[in-house]
Write a protein that binds this ligand. Structure first.
Ligand SMILES: C[S@@+](CC[C@H](N)C(=O)[O-])C[C@H]1O[C@@H](n2cnc3c(N)ncnc32)[C@H](O)[C@@H]1O
Length: 271
C-alpha cells in the first residue's frame, strides 16, 4: 500500500471501480475473481486491478489508457442502478437538496419512491442519524428501489412503505418532503399533517398543466406559503483543445420544481 493512503484507496475484491477511457466509455464494475472489462478499446482482467490505487492508469489489451476511479454517488446514479420509472435527475436533485435544507439527522418524507433514485440521494444526505420514509403504491417498484438502496448500503437509513399517500402518512414531525407523483394535489392534507410547522416540501411536476392544478389546490388549501416554481436547465460544454462549445444535444426538459412551506391554516372568515 502506498504510504498516506487509507485501505479504502486500494482496489479490492468485492469493491467497485469506475473504468474510465473517455466520456462514452466508462463503466461501473464490481471486482470479482476471473471477471473482465471489455470494450471496443480493449479489455482488462479485473484480477489485475486488485491491489492498485484508485486513480491509477492501466493499459487495455489494445494499449489504450484506462483510468481506475473510485465510484461517487453520481457514478452509481448514472451507471449503477436499475431504472424502472422516470427519475429526478441530478441537475434537479441538487437544487431540491438546497431548497429543502437537507442535512444529516433530518427526517424526510418521500411520496412516490419509484426507482429510488431520489431516495438514494436523500438517504446519502441525511445519514448517519437521519431517516427517509418513502411511500410507493407499486410493490414491484418498491422491490427495485430496495435492491438499489441495498447495493449502495443505504437501506438502513430508509423505511419503504407500500402505501397510497392519499390515505395518509403514518409519520409526523417530518423536516422536509419530496413529492413526485402524478396527482400531488390529492396528498396535500396528508403532507400537511406529516410536516413540522414551517417545514418545506418540493413537488416535482413534468407538465405545466400539473403546475396550474397544484397551484390552485395549494391556494385553496391555505396550509402552505412561500409557493414558488422553477425549471433547471443544464447545458454541457464540450471540451477539446481545438474547440470549446456547448453540446449540440441536451436533456431539454425533465420537470418543474414547485416549492411550498407548511403554515397554520387560518380561516378566511372574519371574526
Ligand atoms: C416518477 S416515479 C418517482 C421516481 C423517483 N422520484 C425517483 O427519482 O426515482 C412516481 C412514483 O409514484 C408512485 N405513486 C403514484 N401515486 C402514488 C401515491 N398516491 N402514493 C404513493 N406512491 C404513488 C408511482 O407508482 C411511481 O412509482
Amino acid at each position: 500500500m502506498t504510504p498516506g493512503l487509507s485501505k479504502n484507496d486500494i482496489i479490492e475484491y468485492n469493491g467497485s471501480v469506475v473504468i474510465y477511457i473517455d466520456r462514452r466509455r466508462r463503466r461501473l464494475l464490481r471486482i470479482h475473481r476471473g471477471g473482465t472489462f471489455s470494450s471496443d478499446r480493449g479489455n482488462l482482467k479485473l484480477d489485475d486491478l486488485v491491489g492498485l490505487n484508485y486513480g491509477s492508469k492501466v493499459k487495455t489489451s489494445l494499449n489504450i489508457d484506462a483510468w481506475l476511479l473510485k465510484p461517487l454517488l453520481i457514478d452509481y446514479l448514472e451507471l449503477g442502478i436499475r431504472r424502472v420509472t422516470q427519475v429526478i435527475y441530478p441537475k434537479d436533485l441538487g437544487l431540491i437538496l438546497v431548497l429543502l435544507g437537507i442535512a444529516p439527522g433530518l427526517r424526510i418524507l418521500e411520496i412516490g419512491v419509484g426507482t429510488g433514485n431520489t431516495t438514494i440521494v436523500l438517504a446519502n444526505s441525511i445519514r448517519p442519524d437521519g431517516h427517509v420514509y418513502g411511500y410507493e403504491i407499486r410493490e414491484e417498484f418498491l422491490r427495485v428501489a430496495q435492491t438499489n438502496l441495498e447495493a449502495l448500503k443505504l437501506n438502513q437509513y430508509v423505511t419503504l412503505k407500500l402505501k397510497d399517500a392519499r390515505e395518509g402518512i403514518d409519520e409526523t414531525d417530518i423536516d422536509a418532503a419530496v413529492v413526485d407523483i402524478p396527482d400531488p394535489w390529492n396528498v396535500l392534507d396528508s403532507l400537511h399533517n406529516a410536516l413540522k410547522w414551517s417545514a418545506p416540501a418540493v413537488f416535482f411536476l413534468p407538465t405545466m398543466n400539473q403546475i396550474l392544478k397544484l397551484f390552485e389546490a395549494v391556494n385553496r388549501h391555505r396550509g402552505f406559503t412561500d409557493i414558488r416554481c422553477c425549471e433547471v436547465f443544464l447545458r454541457e460544454i464540450e471540451l477539446s483543445s481545438e474547440s470549446v462549445k456547448p453540446s449540440t444535444t441536451m436533456v431539454g426538459h425533465t420537470g418543474y420544481i414547485m416549492y411550498a412551506r407548511k403554515v397554520f391554516k387560518y380561516s378566511n372568515a372574519k371574526a
